[in-house]
Design a binder for this molecule. Sequence first.
Ligand code: GLY
Length: 129
Amino acid sequence: MSTPAEHELLKCTRELLECIAAHDWASYERLCDPSLTAFEPEARGQLVEGLAFHKFYFDLPASSGPRHTTLCAPRVRVVGDVGIVTYVRLTQRLDGNARPATSAIEETRIWQRTEGGWRHVHFHRSAPQ
Ligand code: GLY
């Protein structure tokens, strides 16, 4: 049984992943704080701050072909005005030989409650396995 805040945080996280997959920059920018910080494989061990680093990838053409995302065992924790969402993201797609392939990525997403709703303020994402 989840609280309304936990439900909202999961919904925001799913929306965020959908807009990343769709290269929908306007929605990503709306969900994120301009000071978003991130550790992700593309940043080569550096903590990147701000949205410009992420926009680079949204400006590239979205990959074609079928793709399906599953959030496995998501956990949501609310600490005051902060929400912590952790899960493994499974992505199914076709590889270069048109064979189905699945990748798994561990993610931690931190959200801050603001007057305008939850804003994404930090994430940590592992390399795909
Ligand atoms: N690389 C953007 C994100 O995972 O939020």
